[in-house]
Write a protein that binds this ligand. Structure first.
Ligand SMILES: [Zn+2]
Length: 106
């Protein structure tokens, strides 16, 4: 997966999508550089919604994943992973044709 994130050389935080300046340090610090987002990560948090917003079918499985680059992104999961969901679980991530990030168990 070729997605870029930006990392700040001042505070070392990584954010996605990439920014022109660090959202933590502000525009006065000109210290961001591009890094690869990474296609693996760890689940920081997750939720399963049985009453998702319009456009999504229940159960909606969402996980906040910290990628290997250090950026945190929201990823969709399949119903089949619900019983395995756990904070700290290692996952693979990819961007689907729907333009959203998806995760699968490793
Ligand atoms: Zn910073």
């Amino acid at each position: 997966m070729k997605e870029s994130a930006s990392r700040c050389s001042e505070c070392d935080r990584t954010v996605y999508p990439p920014r022109a300046f660090c959202p933590y340090c502000g525009p006065a610090i000109d210290a961001v550089y591009e890094v690869e987002l990474g296609s693996e990560g760890v689940i920081l948090s997750y939720t399963v919604s049985q009453m998702p917003p319009d456009g999504f079918e229940p159960p909606l499985v969402l996980s906040l994943v910290e990628t290997s680059s250090g950026a945190s992104i929201l990823c969709h999961g399949e119903e089949s992973v619900i019983d395995s969901l756990e904070i700290g679980l290692s996952v693979r991530i990819h961007k689907g044709e729907d333009g959203l990030f998806h995760f699968t168990l490793k």
